[in-house]
Write a protein that binds this ligand. Sequence first.
Ligand code: SF4
Ligand code: SF4
Ligand code: FES
Length: 262
Amino acid sequence: MGYDLQMRVWRGDATGGELVDYTVPVEEGEVVLDALHRIQATQSGDLAVRWNCKAGKCGSCSTEINGKPRLACMTRLSTFEQGETITVTPLRTFPVIRDLVTDVSYNYRVAETIPAFAPQPRPADGAYRMQQVDVERGQEFRKCIECFLCQTVCHVIRDHEENKPAFSGPRFFLRYAELEMHPLDTNDRRQLAREQAGIGLCNITKCCTEVCPEGIHITDNAIIPMKERVVDRSFDPVTWLGRKIFRRDQLEEAQVPQGRAE
Ligand code: SF4
Ligand code: SF4
Ligand code: FES
């Protein structure tokens, strides 16, 4: 049965804004994005909201709903009490363009800094082979829809714009881990993960994992193993001694990880 929903929606732009109250008729089974679209259609035609698939797969409709980062198209109104006011605000970690639309280009700039997949040469029979466990790990990581909810919730950059140049954020630790743990990849990104991506600033609070709409175990399956690899490379006593004795290029040659190209 339908009812009148009370909504508060942030309206404004880079220069400032405010929460605006709306009363919008909604139907059973609808989601927050439906209510925003009805506001657009009947009350505020100029309300800016980014969306595309309405199926939880494009990652466009990320907003903060009652203070929690969520996909507007996947948040059912039935999640809330009927008399409850639902407050929708833009992602806090990124600059507002207008209303609920933010400029997430920081993420694309970070993505460009990660060295791409570099496969080892094919074996003589031409067939790459991988263990099933490696296939499944890659499949989990590649479920990412780049909604950047994990990025917006991460306290390292949420209220600390100054940390952004030195911190890639959980979505990109996931990307580092995906490539770094790929058994056919030949690049070594461990130093970059430490020095460029700032993985050391992550203190494993797991907030990113909690908001991921794809249920990816970002912290346990990507960040922690990646941290271990970075520590192994940086602080392993044999590696340290090797650096003292050998030239860097000789050492890198001797450090080709197991399962990678010779
Ligand atoms: S676990 Fe690390 S990356 Fe994830 S939200 Fe916490 S500090 Fe940020
Ligand atoms: S890891 Fe999850 S929360 Fe982060 S961008 Fe990908 S899908 Fe979104
Ligand atoms: S509109 Fe595509 S994820 Fe919500």
